[in-house]
Structures are given as C-alpha cells and as structure tokens.
Ligand binder design. Structure first.
Ligand SMILES: [Zn+2]
Length: 443
C-alpha cells in the first residue's frame, strides 16, 4: 500500500517539503514543494503537526542494565571500580530477567524515536548461554531493527583481570557461540531486521586469541566488529600495565583496524591514533551521557571526523546513562561537544546527522539513517505541542535544542510501531510492572 506522509511541519530530507511516499518497507518518493506524488497513492497521513526525522539509530547500549539504574552499589565510584561493583550485581542475571530487560529497553528506545538499536550483550553467567537468542526474539516480536552484538569477557580475576569469574567464558565457548549466532541469525541482505556483530568487551577483557579469531569470523560471515575503546585514562594505564601496549595497538595487532569495526566512547586517542583510525575506516559511537556521568573526558569528534572517522551516537548502558533515550542523546552529544569546541563547531543538525547517518555508518548500513527513495521506511515523527517548544523558530533544531524526549509516531520498515505516543501491541503499564518486579532481584 502506498502511503503519502503528507505536508510535514518540517522534514529532515532534501526536496520533500510535501512529504514522502512509503510503499511496503521502503521510501519510494520524496514530494517536492508544489507537487503531488508522481504515482497514485492509497492512503494519506496528515503530518502537518509533525517534524519528521529518519529513525534514530542507537550505536551502543547494554540492555540488561535497565534493571539496575540508579543503583547505590555504583554511587560515588569512578568508572573501573563502578564496573567492578556492578558486575557483582549483574552476575545474578537470568534468562527471564534478561528478556524483560531487553523488552523494556527496546520499547524505551522506540518511544524516543529510535528504530534501530545495537546492543552490546557482554555478560555470560552460566545460565545465560542463549542471551543473543533472547535479544533476537524480543526485537523480532516488537518489529525493531537490531544489530545484536555477541559480547564477551574472558580474562577474570583468577587470571589477573578485572571481571569477576562469574560472568566470563573461556575462549572456545566464546568463539563457538559467536559462530553459532552468526550462522543462525545474521542477515546480510539489504533491509535486514537482524544482524549480528562480534563484540569482545574490550581488547583488555579477552585473550588476544578471541580478538584475532573474532576478526576472522567476522570477515568470513561479512559481519561487523565492536568493542569499548579508550573511555578513560584508567583504562590506558591498565592497558600499559597488563599488556605493555596502548589499546589501539592491541586492536591493530588483532586485525581490528578495519572498516568493519566500530568502537564505543573513543575519548582518549592520541593524534597518531586518530589518523590511523580514520585511514582504516573505523567508526566511533559517541556516548556522551555515560562519558559525562563518569567525567572521563570528551570524545574528540572534530578531529575524528576530519580524519574520516564516522561518528555515531549511543545511549550506552542504562545503568550509566541512566536512561535509554536516543533523541536526548543527540542533545547530550551537541552540548558536550560544545564544551570542548565552542558554540560554532557543531549545530543541532550535526547531532541529528550523528544519530542517523553516522550511526548507520557505524553499523555498516547504507539502507537506513536517511530519508530518500530506496531507503528503508524507518521514520520518527515528533509533535511540538509541549510548552518547551512554544516559540521555536526552526522546528528541526528545536527537537535538539528544546529537549524533545518522546516521539508521537514511529515507523519501522514501513509499519507503524508507535501511534499517538504509545507502542503498538505492547501493554506499557504491564511491561513496566513486570520490569520493576524483575529488578527487585538486583537490589
Ligand atoms: Zn558500554
């Protein structure tokens, strides 16, 4: 059915003043000023009160952490001790708890205008062997697009590492399950709803064999590679102490300085590393809220972009952000970058570009993140009828500058997933009640 999303209040797309036409899962036409669609249409949606954006794309997260937001175990701690404390809470995760955490995180993201999410699931207590399957099932049920990253940690306290023994796996188990989920779920086709990426927690958290073999597996299956990289100076110090090298050097030695890799945070690179990352085509998921929460520094977005690095945005773990809101992430990123570079360096349009095209590049996708014929029909529609928007002159910039936090309508692959601010086919009150009940086990 051809649907004309007609006469938007504003739309982030070239030559689409009169809206766009969606057919099946795709955008088939942009309608310029003064015209009507070239082909007949069967339905019309009046978008005259909506600002239309490409669906936002979350390039880094840890869904399971929704169960441990604002958790006192982490209060007053710097990043590494916070992680150590929280990992001793997360190791209670069960398949049922993970399922409800994933469902809540996906709905929370969707309501903010997010249509594609990457989740970095990196804890594997013994019961959670099918964690990736759970994420795929929940995203499919909800009709959201995902890159599910098969995370891993392999160096625990007994080997001199930072992680508790209870959440790590041996190298063979990690690699076997990585191959299993690639074979079972990874869809390389354009328009894919589910893709798998391989994601050791960081080059410091697994034996180098896991990094190297993951790179080979990813190449064989044409999949992406993802990890945390250079978030804090403590991490730098640990890399030198434990490995005698910097994290970027470890990445390079493992075959990860490649265009199929994107990394989370990327705060502490030296000039030479930025050039090397750009030449290799590595992407960076800028996680502004989490970086602010831990006071670790500011991702050098200007130098990274100048070097050719794609900048995407991630809300990061819900226990460090502590929310999962993608349109808020654009505001956080803009404000934080202006702290480093000044007011003129980046505009609200840059922040939205990072949250859409930039994140799409991080995930290796050229079929989402932009409104144009041939792209997937993933769209976020916002109303500007709250007091915070009243008086705004530029409706698109207003979403970022005035602090939009909830989409009124969301389309994923041509299907309405949010209508009048509510998720389709989800009992939101019941979901929150179940999620709160599940969270009690982590108190
Ligand atoms: Zn993270």
């Amino acid at each position: 059915m051809r649907l004309w999303i007609k006469d938007p209040l504003a739309i982030l797309a070239p030559d689409a003043d009169r809206g766009i036409v969606v057919d099946g899962s795709k955008i088939v036409e942009c309608v310029p000023r003064g015209l009507t669609p070239a082909q007949p249409w069967e339905a019309t949606f009046d978008a005259s009160r909506h600002v239309v954006l490409p669906g936002l794309i979350n390039a880094h997260h840890h869904f399971y952490q929704t169960l441990t937001r604002a958790h006192p175990a982490g209060f007053g701690q710097e990043l590494l001790p916070w992680l150590a404390a929280m990992e001793r809470v997360w190791d209670r995760m069960t398949p049922d708890a993970l399922r409800i955490a994933v469902r809540l995180a996906l709905v929370e993201l969707l309501l903010s205008g997010c249509t594609t999410a990457a989740d970095h699931h990196n804890i594997f207590p013994p019961e959670l062997g099918r964690a990736i399957d759970i994420e795929v099932e929940e995203a499919t049920k909800l009709g959201m697009r995902m890159t599910v990253t098969r995370g891993s940690m392999g160096i625990s306290e007994k080997d001199g590492g930072l992680q508790p023994d209870s959440i790590v796996q041996d190298s063979d188990s990690i690699l076997e399950d990585s191959e299993r989920v690639l074979k079972r779920f990874h869809d390389r086709k354009p328009g894919a709803m589910i893709r798998i990426a391989l994601a050791p927690c960081s080059p410091l958290a697994v034996p180098q064999r896991v990094m190297k073999e993951s790179a080979k597996l990813a190449e064989r299956h044409d999949a992406r590679l993802h990890c945390h990289l250079c978030q804090s100076v403590d991490e730098d110090a640990y890399a030198m102490q434990a490995f005698g090298k910097r994290s970027v050097d470890l990445l390079e030695e493992s075959g990860w300085l490649a265009s199929r890799s994107w990394v989370a945070h990327g705060v502490h690179f030296n000039d030479d590393e930025i050039i090397r990352l750009g030449l290799a085509g590595v992407g960076v998921a800028h996680c502004a809220a989490a970086d602010m929460a831990f006071g670790v520094g500011v991702c050098p977005a200007r130098e990274l972009e100048a070097a050719g690095v794609a900048i995407g945005l991630g809300v990061d773990g819900s226990a460090s952000n502590d929310s999962s809101n993608m349109i808020e992430a654009a505001r956080h990123a803009l404000m934080l970058q202006r702290m480093r570079y000044g007011h003129a360096a980046f505009s609200p349009y840059d922040a939205l570009r990072w949250a859409t095209e930039g994140s799409a590049r991080c995930l290796g996708r050229d079929d989402i993140g932009f409104i144009a014929p041939g792209f997937e029909a993933d769209l976020a529609l916002y109303k500007l009828d709250e007091p915070r928007f009243s008086g705004a002159q530029d409706p698109i910039a207003a979403l970022v500058l005035c602090g939009a936090h909830r989409a009124d309508r969301v389309i994923v692959a041509g299907r309405w997933r949010v209508v009048d601010g509510m998720p389709e086919n989800v009992d939101l009150d019941a979901l929150i009640a179940r999620h709160k009940a599940a969270a009690r086990a982590f108190g």
